[in-house]
Design a protein around this ligand. Structure first.
Ligand SMILES: Nc1ncnc2c1ncn2[C@@H]1O[C@H](COP(=O)(O)OP(=O)(O)OP(=O)(O)O)[C@@H](O)[C@H]1O
Length: 302
C-alpha cells in the first residue's frame, strides 16, 4: 500500500479578523499539487487566504502548514519563502525601474547570487509571460496588463513548489489570457498552485479543483465537473428572458440563457457551464438578484 501524499498546504480552523469582520472564519483546507481555483464574491476573503498562504499574514487562530512546515517559526518561514512564489493583487513598483531591472531586483532578494544564472532566469520568466520585448522599457510606461505580467514574472522566478496568484489574468486581453493559461498549466505539472480569480472560464480551463469562498467560509470544495453538475437540468435557452429565472442574459445567438429551477415555456435544455453553477451556488446563498440581467455577462463573476 502506498503512503498518502501529505498536502503542500494545510489550513485547520484558520480565522483572520479585521475588527468585527471575520475575513476567514475557521477555514479547513488542504492543497495538493495541481491548480486549485479560488472563486468568491468581492470581500469573500480570497486575498486574505492567499496572504496567509504567502506568509504575509498570520491568522488570529488556527494552524497553517506550508510545504510541510510551520510558517509561524522565523527560520522555517524563511525556508518556505525560498520555495514560494506570490503574485499579490496589487504590486507597487519602485520608481524608474525597467521591467528587467525590477525582476532582477526581485531575483536578488530571492537569493539568486550568481549573476549569470540570475540573468538567465530573469530572461526566462520575462519570456514566459511574454514581456521579453519590453525588458528594457520602464515599468511606468507599460500598459496595465503588462504590469500585471511583471508581477507574475517575479512570482515565477525559480519555478516555486508553491505558487499563490491573486487574479493573475485580470486586465489581460484574450490572447494574453490564453497564452498565460498554457504557461500556468505547464508549471502546475510540478507545483501546487492556488489562483484567486473572478474568471470562471479560467477555472474551467485550468483547474482540477475549485474552492468557493463566501463570507470567510468554504462554501464549495470539489472538482470542476462536480461544481458544473450543480447546474445540470437548470439551464434553459429561450427566445425571451425568464422572469422566474435566478439569472437570465442574452447570448451571442440572440437567445436568452435562463438559469434556475423554473422551466420557461418553449425552451431548450442547455449545456451547463461553470459560470451557471457558480451563479446557482451564489443564488443558493440568497445573493444573486432574481431580476433578469439583460446583457451578456463577461466570464467575470462577482
Ligand atoms: N487590511 C484590512 N483592514 C480591514 N478590513 C479588511 C482588510 N483587508 C480585508 N478586509 C476585509 O476583509 C474581508 C475580506 O477581504 P478580502 O480582500 O480578503 O476579500 P476578497 O475575496 O479578496 O475580495 P475581492 O474579490 O474584492 O478582492 C472584507 O470584508 C474586507 O473589507
Amino acid at each position: 500500500m502506498t503512503a498518502p501524499i501529505s498536502p503542500t498546504v494545510s489550513l485547520r480552523g484558520v480565522t483572520k479578523r479585521y475588527r468585527s469582520v471575520a475575513a476567514l472564519d475557521a477555514v479547513d483546507l488542504d492543497l495538493q499539487p495541481g491548480i486549485t481555483g479560488l472563486l468568491g464574491p468581492n470581500g469573500a476573503g480570497k486575498t486574505t487566504m492567499l496572504r496567509v498562504m504567502a506568509t504575509v499574514l498570520r491568522p488570529d487562530e488556527g494552524r497553517v502548514r506550508l510545504l510541510g512546515r510551520d510558517p509561524g517559526e522565523p527560520d522555517t518561514r524563511t525556508e518556505i519563502r525560498r520555495r514560494l512564489g506570490y503574485q499579490p493583487q496589487e504590486l507597487g513598483f519602485p520608481r524608474g525601474f525597467s521591467t528587467m531591472a525590477f525582476v532582477n531586483y526581485m531575483a536578488v532578494l530571492k537569493e539568486w547570487a550568481d549573476r549569470d544564472r540570475r540573468t538567465t532566469e530573469v530572461r526566462r520568466v520575462l519570456d514566459l509571460v511574454g514581456l521579453g520585448d519590453v525588458a528594457t522599457k520602464r515599468i511606468s510606461r507599460l500598459s496595465g496588463g503588462q504590469r500585471r505580467r511583471v508581477a507574475l514574472a517575479q512570482a515565477l522566478l525559480g519555478t516555486p513548489e508553491l505558487l499563490v496568484l491573486d487574479e493573475p489574468t485580470t486586465g489581460l486581453d484574450p490572447e494574453q489570457r490564453a497564452s498565460l493559461r498554457g504557461v500556468l498549466a505547464e508549471i502546475a505539472a510540478t507545483s501546487t498552485m492556488l489562483i484567486s480569480t473572478h474568471q470562471t472560464e479560467d477555472v474551467a480551463a485550468l483547474c482540477n479543483r475549485v474552492v468557493v469562498l463566501d463570507a470567510g467560509h468554504v462554501h464549495f470544495d470539489g472538482t470542476v465537473p462536480e461544481l458544473v453538475s450543480l447546474a445540470a437540468g437548470k439551464v434553459w435557452m429561450a427566445d425571451e428572458p425568464d422572469a422566474a429565472a435566478q439569472a437570465s442574459w442574452r447570448t451571442a445567438t440572440g437567445r436568452y440563457r435562463n438559469v434556475g429551477e423554473h422551466v420557461p415555456a418553449r425552451a431548450d435544455l442547455g449545456e451547463p457551464s461553470l459560470e451557471d453553477a457558480y451563479l446557482l451556488l451564489r443564488g443558493a446563498a440568497g445573493l444573486v438578484p432574481s431580476s433578469s440581467v439583460e446583457h451578456e455577462p463577461s466570464a467575470e463573476v462577482a
